[in-house]
Design a protein around this ligand. Structure first.
Ligand SMILES: *Cc1c(COP(=O)(O)O)cnc(C)c1O
Length: 394
């Protein structure tokens, strides 16, 4: 069938949403291997290989669990393995994804206590510390933070959250959603004392959607011994028992594991530090373009600018959705939409995963032409500002 009716066949479609991100050809080729017997002798080698290779990306020497599920499943897994009905969880409402996680927690019978923001900044670390200090009875069982809030383009400082928890002397678990940051932004599960790190395949890991992860600390595993939320499919214990020999308790997403192996090789060959620096540089080039256009960046705090995406506000009286529609129709590029209360107010430029300078310039060129086509007031020169940075002229 014709999967794409909204585009031409001339050249590549530009997929510049902040995930799913573009899948490198080498990863696509890896998917195209014969599906193997997941109980046969070869499978354990593949399983063990990817389970080990994943660890440095999370910054951990502890187990990482792989689910055949989207990131949302891994959110649920983190909560049901560690908590009991009625438990209080402290959640930082940094944007749409934090909001969805909170709704999921409520549906599971947990009691989220919210630290709200205006969706223009990262998690409020002093507010976390104050909430924990005030909780003398230790009712709060977990602190939940989205590392990179994909709806706003604000990245929270997990090292600072850890220090605040330590300063308050509070025993709550720390759970971090790194679905859109892992493999793009530095993350240290062990050093930052994170208890459950949640992630997904389709953003910085450059894979198609379909698998997701929990990295689990010893403290989280201990909490699982007494946690009473019902769980079966998500249960860590049978997973870890099978994973010890490279196998899984139910059918894993075999071909996605080939792809994961290839994607992890790409990240390791480039070097994680280089990958993170590349994301920072492309993010800075994008912000220079946005400023040159005279448009406003949704994230108001430069300390928390996201290396993964930039959410751009359209001027009052203009429609971000109409702009995105014009860009898709005229220039065959998909940009991220505004989520929740930001619907039609922002568009999001993804600059993550498999991306080089010229692809970014093409994307920014598409935005600049789109602003013109859609009649959104702006100044020309965004692409030039990005070129100046990328060519070392800035
Ligand atoms: C994409 C994303 C999710 C949702 O993941 P799914 O794979 O769509 O379930 C959750 N949190 C963040 C921060 C995300 O970027």
């Amino acid at each position: 069938m014709a999967y794409f009716t909204s585009r031409t066949e001339n050249g590549r479609h530009f997929l510049q949403i902040p995930g799913p991100s573009n899948v490198p050809d080498r990863v696509l080729r890896a998917l195209d291997n014969p599906t193997m017997d997941h109980r046969g002798p070869d499978f354990g080698v593949l399983g063990k290989t990817v389970l080990e290779k994943l660890k440095p990306v999370f910054g951990t020497e502890q187990p990482v669990i792989i689910y055949p599920a989207s990131g949302t499943g891994a959110w649920e897994a983190a909560l049901v393995n560690t908590l009991s009905p009625g438990d209080t969880v402290l959640m930082c409402e940094t944007g749409w994804f934090a909001h969805l996680w909170q709704e999921l927690a409520e549906r599971l019978g947990l009691k989220p206590r919210l630290l709200e923001t205006d969706w223009r900044r990262a998690a409020d670390v002093p507010a976390i510390e104050a909430a924990l200090r005030a909780d003398r009875a230790h009712e709060i069982k977990a602190v939940c933070v989205v590392h990179n809030e994909t709806s706003t383009g604000c990245t929270s400082r997990i090292d600072e959250v850890r220090r605040a928890m330590d300063a308050a002397g509070h025993p709550a678990l720390l759970m971090v959603d790194t679905i859109s940051s892992l493999g793009s932004v530095e993350f240290r599960h062990d050093d930052w004392g994170v208890d459950v790190t949640i992630s997904g395949s389709q953003k910085g890991l450059m894979l198609p959607p379909g698998i997701s992860f929990n990295a689990v600390s010893a403290k989280a595993l201990k909490a699982a011994d007494t946690a009473r939320l019902p769980r079966s499919y998500w249960d860590w214990k049978p997973m870890l028992a099978s994973n010890a020999t490279g196998y899984f308790p139910y059918t894993p997403a075999t071909n996605m594991l080939y792809a994961l192996d290839a994607a992890l090789d790409l990240l390791m060959n480039e070097g994680l530090a280089n990958v993170f620096a590349r994301h920072e540089r492309h993010a800075e080039a994008t912000r220079r373009a946005v400023r040159a256009w005279g448009l406003e960046i949704q994230c108001e705090d430069p300390r928390h600018f996201s290396p993964v995406l930039t959410a751009v506000r359209v001027p009052e009286g203009h429609s971000a959705n109409a702009l995105r529609g014009a860009i898709l129709e005229r220039f065959d590029m998909s940009l991220g939409n505004g989520l929740g209360r930001l619907n039609d107010r922002v568009f999001r430029i993804g600059h993550l995963g498999a991306l080089n300078d010229l692809t970014l310039l093409g994307a920014l060129g598409g935005v600049e032409m789109g602003l013109r086509v859609a009649g959104v007031p702006h100044s020309a020169g965004g692409v030039k500002a990005a070129m100046d940075l990328l060519s070392g002229n800035a």
